[in-house]
Design a protein around this ligand. Structure first.
Ligand code: SF4
Length: 735
């Protein structure tokens, strides 16, 4: 390790948090002895989901020993779900990556030094680029690291290392909402604030199960001050549906027929807000003509819902002063997700349900920093929510970063699925994967793993060396996790929250921030990042990158202001006084298109590409299993408390009549079979799934064996919820 690199490490892993005191003493490769102020309590934000709860971390003798939900944080007001309560416990797991691991000539991952790891990283990627061209390497990032780290990575990979293909796991959860908002509003701008849960007369949840997926947001729903009715539109009788005033169990992928039909009915009964439509939108006349093709008989036929149910919903929307539409993955993870999201946006626009308390067409994000990724990761959009293809935007970014404009590509490059396809056909030979677990989370898992195995060089940068992806890597870079570094996350309601360093990373694990700086040093492009040696300095850069953009937060002085305010929602342009803790967009009816108007978008629905058939007669739905599990369980499986709160092994929920026809009882071992593979799981017989449908939680590797690789054409987001499968008693049980 060069003296300079050692010096930089010392600098970067020094005191990241002002309210913690780190020893200035000697340290090795990235390990800083902590001497924290004893018995101190400090506030941070949770690092799992996009709710962005505030957590109070309690320190004793300089060590974080426990935490509790922050009572003074405007998001969660003293509440937290089990994942938040257990956030510290998952840091001290025996499978934490504590040293770099390099695969040797015998195919074994063996410990190595940071110096060897970083030199190997740079040599191998450069060698691949020289041999196969600059497009032969790619990056898959994450919505789980702070914005400051995303910005550094975006600058380093795009402008320093000339990576042409960079995407992130937010493609799997939020790409659809981002594209839908951009096309409809002119910018990726979720319009709401969490107070809208409490201010709404009618809350319509579509493909969303906040009881399980966003439990603290569900608590906000339960605090509704206006006696708001709850409608759940979901094929499954979920926990949220069970608590609703009306559940509409529509047939899988009939959402567009339902929402076009609703629009038609609302127009026919005169429940449109013409003053709003005329003043603030474009395209309504064409939309109104289009939806005439969805009379109620057709909607009944295509959705499986009853005429009465549809009339009831139309009446409730027509009568409510404030209707809010909320959606998550049931909409986003669809081969026609963008148009489905926009069919909800259209309903909000045509009824004037936007920009007022308790209204909105509101996408709830998934990961803790998916919103940060959407505007500042430099993957699908250029820094600041700009377009790579726009010459003015490229010039603005070049000026801010003081780099040659020619370094900025004119295209965002391949999307996640296109990157993997390019790996499969040998076009991409080197892949850098950061805080994501593609080998588990991507669809058609066996093919995905075979695809990753084709890579000449796979680098996985992660907290744990045990993930399915890390086990396939040629090089594992050990990363610090939540609680072990500083920065900011942006939550679903656009609130920028402050993340604190309250624990030391184990062994030689480093903050991703430091790893990116080190890579820049070894790659030979450190001048790009030389002004950004601390997250707080990158935050000042983020302000400049958003200045003048719809997401402008140049009015936030710095971390101290975020700390005082309890997080701040964008926008907050320089010179704006922060008067309220909760702010929604579009109160003035002005959208972000050049003419200030929102647009109606609509398209003829498409049939499911793999419908149920004689051989595979059941439609497989996927989603969250329990409150205590997170995604591929990389972290949540490390908590003894959380593990007690969910089933250990994979299971499939099946309707009693489908089970009876197959001789299946609850807890029987069953085979799930699809065109893509076969897995052995336990059966759970329950009427919460519809007849002809089955449900598997996303958290177990057995699920994505069956999911079908197909994508929304606008967002390239995967459609995870409509594969055809069969379920039968296992061989062992049959014999
Ligand atoms: Fe963390 Fe989300 Fe749970 Fe809040 S709801 S404690 S942000 S995981």
């Amino acid at each position: 390790m060069s003296t300079k690199a050692n010096h930089l490490l010392r600098q970067w892993d020094g005191p990241l948090t002002r309210d913690l005191v780190l020893s200035p003493g000697e340290f090795g490769l990235g390990q800083v002895p902590l001497k924290l102020s004893p018995n101190q309590t400090t506030r941070t934000v949770c690092g799992y989901c996009s709710t962005g709860c505030g957590l109070q971390v309690h320190l004793r003798d300089g060590e974080a020993i426990n935490l509790s939900p922050a009572t003074d944080y405007p998001v969660n007001m003293g509440m937290a779900c089990p994942k938040g309560w257990e956030a510290l416990s998952v840091l001290s797991s025996s499978d934490r990556a504590t040293k770099p691991l390099l695969r040797n000539e015998h195919g074994e991952l063996r410990e190595t030094t940071w110096e060897v790891a970083l030199k190997t990283f740079c040599e191998r990627f450069k060698q691949i680029q020289q041999t196969h061209g600059p497009g032969s390497v790619a990056l898959l990032g994450t919505g789980q690291i702070p914005v400051e780290e995303m910005v550094l990575l975006g600058i380093l990979s795009r402008f320093g290392m000339n990576f042409q293909h960079c995407d992130s796991n937010t493609r799997q959860c939020m790409a659809t909402a981002a594209v839908a908002y951009k096309q409809s509003f002119g910018f990726d701008a979720p319009p709401y604030t969490y107070d809208d849960f409490e201010e709404s007369d009618l809350l319509i949840f579509v493909g969303a199960n906040p009881c399980v997926g966003h439990p603290i947001l569900w608590e906000r729903v339960l605090r509704n001050r206006r006696g708001g009715k709850i409608v759940v539109i979901d094929p499954r009788h979920t926990e949220t549906a069970q608590a609703s005033d009306m559940h509409l169990p529509l047939l899988p992928k009939s959402d567009l027929a339902l929402f076009y039909g609703l629009a038609n009915q609302l127009i026919q009964c005169g429940a449109t807000n013409h003053a709003f439509i005329d003043a603030h939108t474009n395209g309504f006349a064409e939309f109104a003509e289009f939806v005439q093709a969805w009379p109620i008989e057709r909607v009944v036929r295509e959705t499986g819902l009853s005429r009465n149910e549809l009339h009831q919903l139309v009446d409730w929307i027509a009568m409510a002063e404030r209707t809010s539409f909320w959606w998550t993955m049931g909409v986003n993870q669809s081969y026609q997700g963008v148009r489905t999201a926009q069919s909800l946006i259209n309903l909000a626009l045509m009824t004037g349900n936007i920009g007022r308390p308790g209204t909105g067409a509101n996408s709830i994000t998934g990961q803790c920093n998916a919103m940060g990724s959407r505007i500042l990761s430099n993957t699908s959009t250029l820094l600041g929510g700009r377009d790579f293809a726009n010459a003015d935007h490229r010039r603005e970014v070049a000026n801010i970063l003081q780099i040659d404009e020619a370094k900025i590509p004119t295209s965002s490059g391949y999307t996640y699925d296109q990157i993997l396809d390019a790996v499969d056909r040998g076009e991409i030979r080197g892949l850098w994967m950061i805080a994501t677990n593609t080998a588990h989370s991507w669809m058609q898992q066996e093919r995905t793993r075979a695809t990753l195995a084709k890579l000449d060089f796979l680098v996985v940068q992660d907290m744990y060396h045990s993930t399915e992806s890390a086990r396939q890597a040629h090089l594992v870079l050990p990363a610090a996790g939540w609680g072990e570094k500083e920065g900011t996350f942006i939550n679903s309601e656009r609130r920028i929250g402050l993340l604190k360093k309250v624990a030391r990373a184990p062994g030689q694990a480093l903050a991703d921030f430091s790893i990116f700086r080190l890579i820049a040093h070894f790659w030979g492009c450190e001048e790009l990042l030389e002004n950004y040696d601390q997250p707080a300095k990158v935050f000042q850069l983020m302000k400049e990158l958003t200045r003048g953009r719809p997401c402008d937060f140049s009015g936030i002085d710095g971390y101290e202001m975020l700390e005082r305010a309890g997080g701040i929602q964008w926008p907050l342009p320089a010179g704006t006084e922060l008067k309220e803790t909760e702010r929604r967009l579009f109160a003035n009816g002005k959208f972000f298109h050049v003419d200030g108007r929102a647009k109606f978008h609509f398209t003829e629905p498409q049939a499911m590409p793999e419908p149920a058939c004689g051989q595979f007669p059941l439609v497989l739905l996927t989603g969250r299993g329990t409150v205590s599990q997170w995604h591929t369980q990389t972290r949540t499986s490390k908590s003894a408390v959380l593990r007690k709160l969910y089933p250990k092994g994979a299971y499939i929920e099946i309707h009693p009549r489908d089970a009876r026809e197959r001789g299946i009882e609850s807890l029987d071992p069953v085979e799930v079979v699809s065109r893509r593979g076969r897995t052995l799981v336990k059966a759970m017989v329950t009427p919460t799934v519809g007849l002809g449908q089955v449900f598997m939680p996303m958290h177990y590797p057995e699920t994505n064996v069956h999911t079908l690789p197909h994508f929304d054409p606008h967002s390239r987001q995967p459609s995870y919820k409509d594969a055809a499968v069969e379920v039968r008693l296992s061989q062992e049980k049959r014999s």
